[in-house]
Design a protein around this ligand. Sequence first.
Ligand SMILES: [Zn+2]
Ligand SMILES: [Zn+2]
Length: 467
Amino acid sequence: MRITFYGAAGSVTGSMHLVEFDGRRILLDCGLHQGHRSESDALNRDPGLDAASVDSIVLSHAHIDHSGSIPAFVRRGFAGSIHSTSATRDLCALMLADSARIQEGDLQFLNKKRRARNEPELEPVYTPADAAKAMQFFHTSPYYSTVEVSPGITARFIEAGHILGSAQIELTLTRGGRRTVLLYSGDLGRPAMPILKDPDLGASRPDILLMESTYGARRHESGGDAVKKLRNTIRETAANDGRVIIPAFSVGRTQEILYYLRLLRANGSVPRVPVFVDSPMALDATSIFRLHPECFDEEALEAVQGGESPFSFDGLHFLQSVAESRALNDMKGPSVVISASGMCEHGRILHHLRHGVTNPANTILIVGFMARNTLGRAIADGAGTVKIFGEKRDMKASVVTIDGFSAHADSEGLFEYASTAGASASRIVLVHGEEEQSGALSERLGGAGFACTVPSRTETLVVDAGD
Ligand SMILES: [Zn+2]
Ligand SMILES: [Zn+2]
């Protein structure tokens, strides 16, 4: 067996790992590279892999950095099967279409600049039509059932507890009575987080473990502390007659915040101020969550079985039109506004920040990871002034950061996963992490007696598996 790492090797985006066995080519994830624009764009256009030569894609979860290149592969001739859980398929229908629209918008802007410089226009990496076409290649399987993805190769999805539908992928490669098991973590979640089941560490006995290492060197605050901070922020801001503005991704973090708000309001921990979700995709995403109770943990399931939605309560409003979104600017009195994008780079959140940051009664609540060079990062880092739509705004609102809502295992969670799920493995391969994070985890695992590899992009690992 050969494994070649086409993305998320020494970095966190563009997850794409090619497994070659007995003449078959299976791709674990097919993600989009994000960040550093020109470099990512080049890799998204040409990852160095012939799309038509891939037999099947097995997908760990719907996040764009894991699924976002699927339409590009379809555009370039991929016609095999795409295997995933059904919740991942449903989220992909929404997210790949959204990604195609964002790319079209970015490209229009880029081509305008290129025309001005007399440079040839660029083709889109993919279009909404490619995203729609990709959906026909999906085959879904329930968690823990075995599906043949190519002759001699079966896959099994194991709970990863990261986002709705997320799975670890166990590949079993069989030839001449000899079996080799490869376990791929995908992105690994944290135990005791709301809505989703906990990551399952004991379902597989792999020979090789391929795992993420996003937070290989970092500890998170606990989920309980995060909820307390959320409660206090809403209480204090409402007492000042202010607005809590929460930048959040429409899929995952928005539903998690709604879940906690429902509980905090139900037990009287926070005042019942109006809550607005202002992200057009959030309503669709929330409906998809409701369609997949098979992914819920016991508490969320109990709520559903008791006839409640885990994500709705009196005083919650989903805004759809731009007019509704604008009307919010003139609304007086305390409120909570949850809006995308999560890193404040584009979308409706920018309008809420433009109106909200100069009011000292308001609070900007940061609940997710903010990459370097984003407006979200500048706000989180305590910048005195920020630029929004080219205009300088003084930051007078308070800023509170909560990192306890992270959907990723921290350094302790990853170490526990490696030493439990990877106990049978002769080698642990670390992907999906920046150098210092993967390096720290590799060192710690090495110290505990594990053989660890941190591959770089396009490196090939040859594993003896009888082929
Ligand atoms: Zn993810
Ligand atoms: Zn990821």
